[in-house]
Design a protein around this ligand. Structure first.
Ligand SMILES: [Zn+2]
Ligand SMILES: [Zn+2]
Length: 123
């Protein structure tokens, strides 16, 4: 099928799917179904008073090519750390990382499946 044949055919139902979705990692258009990731709510520790003034974490969904490397690219750009005991999955749990006083709060992301301590590394 040539491109002209394709453009000459009017298929109303294609319009919605035709809106190009871009990968949040590499920012390129995703052909087909994007791979989606959501971030679970942060469970705020009761002792952390400063939580109230922190901007809430954007829970997503974020859309990527179906390649974990693109998700890691996005994490890196956002300054998230990645727990290397887990894997990139559709649902990630945020791990608040307490910084020194006055420093900006960082987060690590983990799939939350392993039961031992997290090992956070730069994504
Ligand atoms: Zn991508
Ligand atoms: Zn972990």
């Amino acid at each position: 099928m040539s491109p002209l044949d394709y453009l000459g055919v009017h298929i109303p139902t294609i319009v919605e799917d035709n809106v190009s979705i871009r990968c949040d990692g590499c920012l390129e258009v995703i052909a087909g179904t994007p791979w989606r990731m959501n971030i679970l709510d942060v469970v705020a520790p009761e002792t952390a008073v400063s939580w109230a003034v922190r901007p809430p974490l954007n829970p997503g969904p974020f859309e990527f090519h179906s390649d974990g490397a693109h998700v890691r690219m996005w994490m890196r750009a956002k300054g998230y750390l990645f727990c290397r005991k887990g894997e990139v999955r559709e649902i990630m749990r945020p791990l608040p990382i307490p910084g020194p006083d006055g420093a900006e709060q960082r987060y690590g992301l983990c799939d939350g499946i392993h039961r031992d301590d997290h090992e956070l590394v730069p994504a």
